[in-house]
Design a protein around this ligand. Structure first.
Ligand code: ATP
Length: 422
């Protein structure tokens, strides 16, 4: 029996806020691989890690490639290292590239490490020790922080995945306004949604496929299938050159960052969870437009936030009222507030307690503390001071999910249009 051996390649932390993108660097490597007859096994992977990682440039993504571990593997190693050396943004303090080569099977402990890189913080030392212990060949540039993400990028199992098509600009256009025909993006969304998603935020008239940074990406389209990306690429019109494009398999929009919490007290700061709780107070808005309320269960209580960038989502949140039971999805940030990405209504509290109606039809008023109610119209009095339950109409529905808009959504957040796909 012939055993096929693979070489896994992980690359991370090559870019800076001023330029480059690890996916572009990967596409340059893939091109040079092709020129040398080195084929990828499966798609290149773009793996998003802990959204709270301190040193991320933008979306905390690492890239991995898989090739046959044959007589060309040595050449492949040289190509990867020389591209990382020549294209990384070394001038930026926060750019500390790391490259990993690994020629064994991805083991359970490597998979566990990858999930830890999504859920927790890992130090460079820890990553290096772990990488060595499983037999990774480790290359650190400057501080080499990228090895943390590189090991995770090769190791993460993708039980659920999406694809992203990235097109790249001519370098002479970097930093200039992207020449994308927005009408064609609307048309593409109309034709390909929900196979593609996150293209446009209609409420904000925001074109989400267009990055807002000076990076090499012209646009990125996210999808469940490669076929839909091919259709989408044919529809989107641009009036500047596309020098290259690449499709990545990714854990974006899978909710892989969300852990199921048994109760509120079991959640930790900088973790992302789904948890069920009862709304304790009416959501209130503060200066700056952020909206907050508390949820509680038997184990404890936590403040939940819908921040200003979530725009109209705050309107939906404002419909919540004390006694509602909801399942929230999101992460606990810097201020120890649960930053909501989406929520599901489990049970609406649709009962309100009001003063009784008098026999004459007028709503009664309180006759004073512990003195029951009186009718201002006919003068009738009742001794009981018990309010009566009234069923009220709510603007929310039981079982329904409500999510933040595209413009404010995390790379890892699973949009509702993907929720019935498993
Ligand atoms: P882009 O999205 O443009 O690729 P980025 O946001 O991915 O940029 P990087 O330049 O990759 O940012 O920087 C993120 C850094 O954080 C990398 O060095 C990566 O190894 C590291 N990192 C990733 N996950 C963790 C983690 N769980 N704990 C600590 N560090 C992490």
């Amino acid at each position: 029996m012939i055993i096929i051996k693979y070489l896994h390649i992980g690359i991370d932390d090559t870019d800076s806020p001023d330029g480059m993108c690890t996916t572009f660097l990967a596409s340059q490597i893939i091109n040079e691989f092709k020129e040398n007859g080195i084929e990828l096994v499966d798609y290149p992977r773009l793996i998003r890690l802990n959204p709270f990682a301190r040193f991320k440039t933008r979306g905390n993504g690492g890239v991995s490639l898989k090739i046959l571990n044959d007589d060309k593997a040595e050449l492949a190693r040289r190509i990867v290292l020389s591209k990382v050396e020549s294209l990384s943004m070394f001038d930026c303090d926060n750019t500390n590239p790391g490259v990993i080569f690994y020629d064994g099977e991805i083991t359970k402990e490597m998979q566990d490490y990858a999930f830890r890189a999504i859920y927790e913080f890992i130090t460079i030392e820890e990553a290096e020790e772990f990488g060595k212990s499983v037999g990774c060949e480790i290359h650190k540039f400057k501080k080499g922080r990228g090895i943390i993400g590189s090991i995770a990028a090769i190791s993460l199992p993708l039980s659920d995945y999406t694809f992203e098509l990235l097109t790249y600009r001519d370098s002479k256009n970097y930093g200039t306004k992207r020449q994308i025909d927005y009408a064609s993006v609307y048309e593409m969304d109309k034709e390909t949604f929900p196979d593609t998603f996150e293209n446009i935020d209609y409420a904000e008239d925001y074109i989400a496929i267009e990055p807002k940074t000076p990076c090499p990406v012209l646009y990125g389209i996210r999808s469940n299938t490669v076929e839909a990306l091919e259709v989408a690429k044919g529809i989107v019109k641009v009036t500047e050159p596309i020098v290259d494009w690449c499709i990545f398999k990714t854990n974006q929009h899978t909710d892989m960052h969300i852990q199921k919490a048994h109760d509120i007290s079991g959640m930790k700061q900088f973790g992302c969870y789904e948890v069920v709780g009862e709304v304790k107070n009416k959501p209130t808005i503060i200066d700056g437009g952020h909206m907050f309320f508390h949820i509680a269960d038997e184990s404890g209580e936590i403040e939940c936030g819908a921040y200003e960038p979530t725009k109209n989502f705050r309107k939906v949140v404002s419909y919540l009222r004390p006694g509602d039971i909801i399942r929230v999805f999101g992460g606990i940030g810097e201020q120890n507030t649960f930053n909501i990405e989406k929520f599901q209504v489990i049970q609406l509290n649709d009962v309100e307690y009001q003063n009784p109606i008098c026999e004459c039809g007028k709503r009664m008023t309180s006759a004073g503390r512990n003195k029951g109610f009186k009718c201002k119209k006919c003068g009738r009095k009742i001794k009981s001071d018990k309010k009566v339950p009234i069923k009220i109409t709510r603007n929310l529905n039981n079982s329904q999910f409500y999510e933040t808009p595209v413009s404010a959504r995390r790379h890892l957040s699973k949009p509702l249009c993907r929720m019935n796909m498993e």
